[in-house]
Design a protein around this ligand. Structure first.
Ligand SMILES: [Zn+2]
Length: 96
């Protein structure tokens, strides 16, 4: 029996975090259709995974992060003029 090829669940290239909207360009969170495991978001600390294709799951992660006061996972990456409201606008509409 031949197995069907698995179609990748994600985009070819995506540098914007689906949870918090941080753009980690040029580091992709998704590459060739698959989550770039180990590419932990310096902002919300999310590690891309195949479960990040669920809007409800992403909302849960985002809600948890915001509920803790939206802390930076790597505070040294936090821009001085960081504006969370500007950043969350980066989140693609389908993941909000
Ligand atoms: Zn993030």
């Amino acid at each position: 029996m031949q197995s069907e090829p698995v179609s990748p669940p994600g985009p070819e290239w995506e540098t914007v975090c689906r949870v918090c909207g941080h753009d980690d360009d040029p580091e992709p969170f998704w590459e060739s259709g698959w989550p770039n495991e180990g590419a932990i978001c310096p902002c919300c600390g999310n590690e891309p995974s195949v479960s990040d294709v669920s809007v409800m799951g992403l909302r849960n992660l985002r809600g948890y992060w915001l509920g803790r006061g939206a802390p930076w996972d790597s505070p040294s990456f936090r821009p001085k003029d960081w504006d969370i409201l500007e950043q969350v606008k980066n989140i693609p509409p389908e993941w909000r």
